[in-house]
Structures are given as C-alpha cells and as structure tokens.
Ligand binder design. Structure first.
Ligand code: ADP
Ligand code: MG
Length: 328
C-alpha cells in the first residue's frame, strides 16, 4: 500500500461544505458571510500525550476532540480540519480503527477532513481545526471583569484519576476506573456550550492543563484575580460523588491537586456578569451541559482559594508544562 492508497482508503471522503477537499495542493473553504474563521492546532506525540497501548479508536477520537475543545472555548462552530500524521509503518488494522474513531467524532460535529500530510516517523498526530464565529463574538481569555462569576462545565479531575491509577498511585473500583479512563481517552468537547455562551460569557478557556493554570491564563489576559470555593470545586470530581474517600489516602490535599492541577479535563472555564446568571443557566440547558459557579473575579491578582466557610486555603498548583524539569 502506498502513501496515496492509504490517504484514499482511510482519509478521503467527498467534501460536503468545503469547496475542495483532499486531493489537490490546497483545500478550499468558503467562509459564511459575516463570520470569522477560528483556527487552532494541537499535536499528540506517542509516549508524551498518550500511552503506546491506547486503542487506536480512542486515539482518533482524542486527537480531534482536543482540537474541537479549542473551538468550543472560542464559541466557534466546527467546519473542517486537516490531519498531519507521522506513522512508524502501515498497519491497516490500526488505521481502520484510528480513522473510525476520528470519523465518528468528526461526523458528530459536522466537521470535515479536508487535507493533511502523511509521512513515516515516530507516531505523531497533528490536527488543525477551522471553525466559524460571528465577527467580533469569539470568546477570548481577555474579557473577564471584576465582579464576574466564574463557572466550569461538567466534572473535573477524573482524567487525572485515571492517569494516577494507571501509574499505581491510587486504586479505584472497576466501574469508576472505567468511567475515568473514558474521560481520559475519549473526552467530549463542549462545543454546544461554547456556541450557546456567545454574547453571554465575558471570557472562556478550555481546561487542558489543569483548572488553576488555565483559569490563570484568563486572569493574566484580563489583568484580574479570582476567589474560588475549593469545596465546591472538589465536588466536581465525579469519583467524589460516588466514593467515600474519608480515611483513605485520597485526602483533601490530593483532591485539591487532582481538581486544580489535574489536566486533560477538556471542560470549559468561563466568566459572565452576575446579571447574566439566568442566561448562563439557559445556555447550560440548551446545550445539555451542566455548569457550576465556583467563584468570582476580583481586582487583586492571582487565584485565592477558600473553603465553604470562606476561610483561606493555601495551595500552589502547577499547571502542566512539557518543558518543566519533571514534566510538571
Ligand atoms: P503535497 O505533496 O502537495 O503536500 P500530498 O502528496 O502530501 O500533497 O497529499 C496529497 C493530498 O492528500 C493533499 O490534498 C493532502 O491534503 C491530502 N492528505 C495527505 N495526507 C492526509 C491525511 N493524513 N489526511 C487527509 N488528507 C491528507
Ligand atoms: Mg502540494
């Protein structure tokens, strides 16, 4: 099988919305009138972003999911994507499953594969997504204002629990572990919520490197600080709703670390004015995505954590950094 047979068999479909898809030197897309293109790339490297034994189906899903999550954070509607693949060799069973996972999520979001590049090399997947957002309505990191509420979608920390379990740091009951692994390997990008928050959220980001670090990006870009209720936030670990951790190794300190510097959550963190609370709840309902209010934007810089009584909690939470000495 040649490189071109491979592209034709696994990564070529007739374009629907794109003016020109796979097969020429460039793909062509016609942006809708009044819309801006939102563009983002994310790369996944074997051994760095995923275990070598992850199922190719999950990998195909996740490679696109992490990119769609960036569109979600901007409130953009997915349109198309390109796929740059380095493969150690041609393994048809692998390609079949990888492309199946990729197409399933692409179809669920009406996002077309319009081109890419294929080469031999250590397994690496780089996707670039293209989305559309009405001109001037993209949700940015820089729009948070003092007094805004801070929200996060869904649950947090479960992907980190799966990772910790995989590394032997925590033991989870099989059903909880299975759910946590799904969160790690097949995250659901919050595209519908992002779109529903256009004109409502003042800022947004997707949580890929941990809530503390990613919320930190909003704080920095908006030149504000935040007060966050750590107790409410800990309760967003889905496993905490099902397991009584009292007396176990998974104490409050570890729970804080899991929820604030877990990573791989692919939920949205966003801010909105208190006057928009009803609108936020309506966006949550219409997008069928739970959201929880976890704190408030303040003028003093940095992130302050308090417990449910408003008493300060210390905690320094590193966000994920590929170039930090320990990987953290
Ligand atoms: P070029 O030599 O002009 O860069 P290629 O020979 O690399 O083009 O690719 C041929 C066509 O196949 C192009 O349209 C390219 O976008 C597409 N393509 C290559 N690899 C992939 C892939 N992994 N997924 C989808 N399309 C691909
Ligand atoms: Mg060319």
């Amino acid at each position: 099988m040649t490189e071109f047979d491979l592209i034709a068999r696994y990564f070529t479909r007739k374009p629907r919305l794109a003016a020109l898809g796979v097969g020429d030197d460039c793909a062509l897309i016609n942006p809708s009138p009044g819309m801006q293109l939102a563009i983002s790339s994310d790369m996944l490297v074997e051994g760095r972003h995923f275990f070598s034994d992850v199922s190719p189906y999950s990998l195909g899903h996740k490679a696109l999911a992490v990119n769609l999550s960036d569109l979600a954070a901007c409130g953009a509607t997915p349109v198309a994507f390109t796929l740059a693949l380095a493969l150690p060799g041609i393994d048809e069973a692998w390609l079949q499953e990888f492309s199946r996972g990729l197409w399933a999520l692409a179809d669920a979001h009406g996002c077309e594969l319009i081109g890419g590049d294929t080469t031999q090399g250590p397994l690496t997947i780089c996707i670039t997504v293209f989305g559309e957002v009405p001109r001037g309505q993209a949700l940015l990191r820089s729009g948070a204002r003092v007094g805004d509420d801070i929200y996060v979608s869904g649950t947090l920390g479960d992907a980190r629990l799966a990772l910790d379990s995989r590394h032997g740091h925590i033991e989870l009951p099989p059903d909880i572990l299975a759910r946590a692994m799904m969160r790690l390997e097949q995250p659901a990008p919050r595209v519908a919520l992002g779109i529903a928050l256009r004109g409502i959220a003042t800022s947004a980001i997707d949580i890929s490197d941990g809530l503390a670090g990613d919320l930190g990006h909003i704080l920095k870009a908006s030149a504000v600080g935040a007060l966050v209720d750590a107790d409410i936030t800990i309760n967003l670990i889905a496993a905490c709703a099902n397991i009584d951790w009292s007396g176990s190794q998974f104490d409050t300190k570890k729970q804080l670390k899991t929820v604030f510097s877990g990573g791989d959550d692919y939920e949205l963190a966003f801010t909105a004015a208190p006057a928009a609370r009803q609108a936020v709840m309506a966006a949550s309902l219409s997008s069928q995505t739970p959201v929880t209010r976890i704190g408030v934007i303040e003028s003093g810089p940095g992130l302050r954590l308090v417990d449910s009584h408003g008493l300060p909690i210390d905690g320094q939470f590193a966000s994920f950094d590929h170039f930090a000495p320990s990987g953290r």
